[in-house]
Design a protein around this ligand. Structure first.
Ligand code: NDP
Ligand code: OXD
Length: 308
């Protein structure tokens, strides 16, 4: 069995090295240098070119290098019997919850205001909001959203989350899909950690974000396609939203001409909220390579009918 490594917008060397260290006998072909398409049964993949996988007649599994799988599922040419897996990893989860906490504190401690003032050499104080008085809402209570909710709760924030199914927790209040308006109405800070699907694309639009109270703040850590970018600019310029922290964008890298770069109310990070460490996830993917050979169930298998 040969393994195909497809890394677009990510370097491949550390992935290749991690698998070779695990098993030096693994036959790994790094796209686009493929010399035996028929031998490939397992692909480890990030943002492959659409249509690529129809050229591999014996492909059985595509393992996403990240937690998100929309970059795989959106390719309708992938045969139905190809299984898809994703990453669930404690380091990825912890790093995401750290980043969400950092950004939430950044918002309530008015850091953007002080960065602007430093550039102008302005000494001006601004009252800050304490965590226990701050209502944070998290869109998505999956592996990552739930960990974020729990970390924010430990740091004294008032936390609520929104998901398809009801969750039980002492750390946060759980709202379901049909309770969106009640959920969003009172949130001081909204964090998006939804998967990208047909139902969630464009969910951060003018109409929905306008339902947040005046002065609310946004943190998008999920996918750029959740956000209607011009709607956010309008809400910031109208003063309805106070500020936004964006880690993900419709187009990545963010084009130089994007208005976000110079917007005083926007802080940008380049899709680094939480990054998969190949060393940390090599075991779960290697186990799946073995499981394909022995016909055992796959770890972190994605239910393709659920679409995330
Ligand atoms: P999960 O699949 O574990 O969780 C998804 C959550 O979203 C679940 O709670 C699910 O509800 C909820 N959900 C899905 N669809 C809907 C809907 N239509 N309405 C309401 N709730 C919905 O995903 P993860 O937590 O592992 O990851 C979330 C996303 O984070 C990834 O898909 C990826 O895009 C992004 N990500 C970003 C990174 C970055 O660096 N910026 C790094 C890693 C991931 P239910 O629980 O009921 O199924
Ligand atoms: C992921 C990501 O989905 O890095 O893991 O965005």
């Amino acid at each position: 069995m040969s393994i195909l490594l497809v890394c677009q917008h990510r370097e491949s060397e550390s992935w290749y090295a991690a698998f070779k260290e695990k098993n030096p006998d693994l036959d790994i072909q790094v796209y686009p240098d493929v010399d035996d398409a028929e031998g490939i049964e397992f692909a480890i993949s990030w943002r492959h070119p659409e249509g690529l996988y129809k050229d591999f007649p014996n492909l059985k599994v595509i393992a996403s290098m990240g937690a998100g799988v929309h970059h795989v599922l959106k390719d309708k040419t992938i045969p139905e019997d190809v299984e898809i897996t994703r990453i669930v990893d404690e380091n990825l989860t912890r790093d995401m919850s750290d980043f969400a906490l950092l950004n939430t504190l950044f918002h309530i401690r008015n850091y953007n205001f002080y960065i602007g003032n430093q550039q102008e050499k302005e000494w001006e104080t601004k009252a800050y909001q304490q965590p226990q008085k701050t209502k944070v809402g998290i869109l998505g209570l999956g592996v990552l959203g739930r960990a974020v909710a729990e970390k924010l709760h430990k740091n004294n924030f008032q936390v609520s989350g929104w998901s398809k199914s009801k969750k039980k927790s002492d750390a946060f209040e759980s709202y379901t899909a049909d309770q969106f308006d009640d959920f969003i109405a009172e949130r001081d800070i909204l964090i998006c950690l939804l998967p990208l699907t047909e139902d969630t694309e464009g969910i951060l639009n003018y109409k929905n974000l306008k339902k947040l109270p005046r002065g609310a703040k946004l943190i998008n850590l999920a996918r750029g396609q959740h956000l209607v970018e011009n709607d956010l600019i309008q809400l910031l310029d109208e003063g309805h939203l106070e500020s936004a922290i964006l880690d993900v964008f419709q187009e990545e890298p963010l084009p130089k001409e994007s208005q976000f770069w110079a917007h005083p109310k926007v802080l940008i990070t380049p899709h680094v909220a939480s990054m998969t460490d190949p060393q940390s996830v090599v075991d779960q993917i290697y186990t799946n390579i073995q499981n394909v050979k022995s016909g055992k169930a796959l770890l972190n298998r994605v239910d393709r009918s659920k679409k995330y």
